[in-house]
Design a protein around this ligand. Sequence first.
Ligand code: PKZ
Ligand code: NDP
Length: 429
Amino acid sequence: MSSIAAYYAGKNVLITGATGFMGKVLLEKLLRSCPEVKAIYILVRPKAGQSTQERTADMIKCKLFDQVGEDCPDFEEKIIPVSAELTQPHLAISPDDAKRLLSCINIVFHCAATVRFDEPLKYALQLNVMATQQLLVLARQMQYLEAFIHISTAYANCNRRYIEEIIYPPPVEPKKLIDSVEWMDESIIQEITPKLIGDRPNTYTYTKALAEYVVQQESSNMNIGIIRPSIVGASWQEPFPGWIDNFNGPSGLFIAAGKGILRTMRATNDAVADLIPVDVVVNLTLAAGWYTAVHRPKTTLVYNCTTGGINPFHWGEIEYHVVSSFKRNPLEQAFRRPNANITSNYLINQYWITVSHKAPALVYDFYLKLTGRKPRMMRIFNRLHKSMLLLEYFSSQSWEWTSDNVNMLMGQLSPEDRRVRTFHRALLS
Ligand SMILES: CCCCCCCCCCCCCCCC(=O)SCCNC(=O)CCNC(=O)[C@H](O)C(C)(C)COP(=O)(O)OP(=O)(O)OC[C@H]1O[C@@H](n2cnc3c(N)ncnc32)[C@H](O)[C@@H]1OP(=O)(O)O
Ligand SMILES: NC(=O)C1=CN([C@@H]2O[C@H](COP(=O)(O)OP(=O)(O)OC[C@H]3O[C@@H](n4cnc5c(N)ncnc54)[C@H](OP(=O)(O)O)[C@@H]3O)[C@@H](O)[C@H]2O)C=CC1
């Protein structure tokens, strides 16, 4: 058994955000690669009329869990859903559940967050900062806690071009901001948000930066690790290639391009597209949990989980691969044949948006109306243009991240662990 799997044997793990894109992959990899893990507690909120238990039962039926179902048929018994709502006081965890968590949890992986770029600041603060504070309060009381791993983002400090594996001073003292928004009504907060976030593009990166600072300041004597993934894409190898379950980041735009909807996008051809497969991020996250608990670094280690400095890929190449992939494997019910082009020129982009997005949409909606059907293309394009505007910031420039801690962590792995938990070889090949 690899030393990392040996470490997780007999341990009780807590994961927040386990129903999310990364959380699911983390849960699955932990169950499959560390079969001796004792239990994995997952904080799941009731949602859309489904209870915590029902959501969990549904979740583990998805294809992602097929392999672990074959390898460890009793894996479901290790998953213990705990009802929680992270924006509520005490995370809306019942006293009994809290008592149970305090008495047994050894490692915490905090993945839960709102990743929306257009999230109102108050909600983003509640979920990305205040919920993290609440979780730290809980973690500090855990009698057998050995490591607390916080998932941040490589773009938390995207207002800097060169980003080191350190926690930068926050744009504002979190407590002051939280106290202020407490009494302000939404309209005032909305008005001052652009001034508050300053040279960051959205409330997401702003609150993730605040959360890192909170983790550092409120971790008291806990062993903490912070993971900063860049743009997390579909799985590279595990449990099978190509798994993804959302339209976030570039994924939705790739689909829109494959459907022949997206024909133009503002991006810089030679800007680095820092994409990283979700299984590579999860491998690094589990390794960091092991290292933090076993080696107990004196300071909080930050891991820039990025690829641009190791095996750079560019948006111009993305355009080529996305279009050629969908030409080889066409999507069903495509609006047109895929033919997306990226340009850094605003006017050229605006021209193509008019000619190859809006005009066809108007014509097609007119045809739908004539044939007694509900027009829908303009609405789809409006949603697409909103996504594109929010994502352009990330595709029109490059960043440089240091990776000394990631390299150090890789160096600490046994040969067996390097085989099982690829998070470097993949990037070097
Ligand atoms: C050649 C190509 C070049 C590409 C070049 C790309 C450059 C791309 C750089 C990215 C760089 C990220 C860098 C930070 C990476 C992190 O650190 S965080 C993780 C990433 N986070 C994100 O990507 C969040 C971005 N997304 C958002 O903020 C919101 O989705 C948006 C963009 C504001 C859109 O919000 P919205 O209009 O309210 O739409 P939303 O509620 O998201 O979805 C509504 C429905 O439309 C669907 N939908 C949403 N988006 C899409 C879509 N794009 N397509 C289809 N359906 C969609 C949803 O599934 C949903 O369906 P239902 O659930 O209603 O059935
Ligand atoms: N995807 C990416 O490209 C990147 C992601 N990250 C970070 O990784 C982490 C996970 O991201 P990702 O998996 O993409 O995000 P998802 O949006 O897929 O998942 C978010 C998770 O948080 C949970 N959550 C949201 N709100 C609440 C709430 N109020 N109470 C309880 N749980 C809640 C969601 O639960 P529910 O199912 O109930 O909604 C879900 O499990 C985040 O911290 C993000 O910042 C960092 C860099 C890149």
